[in-house]
Design a protein around this ligand. Structure first.
Ligand code: G1P
Length: 287
């Protein structure tokens, strides 16, 4: 069955980016001039995913508006002769089908995914976390999709991280079965460094079979008192195969201030209109 839908949880308050996020959803903070969420949606669209399901919360309506058409704005720009800008806005409005569901309480990532159950239905789906920007020749979710198409089993993105950082991630125990492909045996959410089963961390791209919903529906709270997706997957592993894909590409943790700055610099350097100026500035800023 073709994978058609991606769930993107966006209900988080973004407190690490206050005061910027007091009124602006963190997902709309721009990396250069594109809201970060647009890169994630573009990754899904590039992988052939046709429908985006946002799991939203209060004050997050701007995210849906961003992917809507904007006739009044387009008219003003048309009158001013800014046709290229109009075309750019139209492309965003036509990018994808967007639907949304509310997560009324901040009960965790597993709960956020469960909120999308009715909209997903009984079919495999992607989960994409907007704090992880992944820049690669092949979109990360497409790399996972390739494995899913071959195996029809759930696949999650993996990245080897330094030992000292394992406590910030879900971490797997698994066996490498092919280059970049792992058979997962167990996983644990944010373990202490000494308890971590490996240095292979879960990054926010998943392709999941619908069986995960029944598991999440019965899951007790885990780390931090939240319903954890990692705990749900750890249970799924006992019932079915779950695979890990050590993806190719550069990952930016834009939920972190330094990660956000790093992404901003890296994406600016990829822009022909900015590259030379930014390079020159960076050189002059190093004393
Ligand atoms: C979430 C997941 C975690 C994963 C991480 C990847 O954690 O719970 O398993 O490793 O995303 O970015 P968060 O960073 O939202 O706390």
């Amino acid at each position: 069955m073709k994978l058609k839908k991606a769930v993107i949880p966006v209900a988080g308050l973004g407190t690490r980016f206050l005061p910027a996020t007091k009124t602006v959803p963190k997902e709309l903070l721009p990396i250069v001039d594109i809201p970060s969420i647009q890169y994630v949606v573009q990754e899904a669209v590039d992988a052939g995913i046709q429908e985006i399901i946002f799991v939203t919360g209060r004050g997050k309506d701007g995210i849906e508006d961003h992917f809507d058409e904007a006739p009044e704005l387009e008219q003003i720009l048309t009158d001013r002769g800014q046709t290229e800008t109009v075309k750019m806005l139209q492309r965003i409005g036509e990018m994808t089908e967007v639907v949304s569901v509310r997560q009324k309480k901040p009960l965790g990532l597993g709960h956020a995914v469960l909120c999308a159950r009715d909209l997903v239905g009984d079919e495999p789906f992607a989960v994409m976390l907007a704090d992880d920007l992944i820049d690669g020749e092949t979109p990360c979710i497409r790399q996972l999709l390739k494995i899913f198409e071959e195996t029809k089993e759930s696949v999650i993105a993996l990245l080897e991280v330094p030992q000292g950082e394992v406590s910030s991630y879900g971490v797997i125990k698994g066996t490498k079965v092919k280059p970049r492909l792992y058979q997962i045996e167990a996983m644990v959410e944010k373990p202490r460094v000494k308890d971590a089963p490996s240095r292979m961390a879960i990054i926010g791209r998943y392709i999941l079979r619908p069986e995960i919903f029944a598991i999440l529906d019965n899951l007790p709270p885990g780390k931090g008192g939240e319903i954890q997706l990692t705990d749900g997957l750890a249970q799924l592993v006992r019932e079915r195969q779950v695979l890990g894909c050590e993806f190719e590409g550069e990952r930016y943790d834009i939920g972190d201030k330094f990660g956000f700055v790093r992404a901003t610099v890296a994406f600016a350097l990829k822009r022909p209109d900015l590259r030379d100026k930014v390079l020159e500035y960076l050189k002059s800023a190093i004393h």
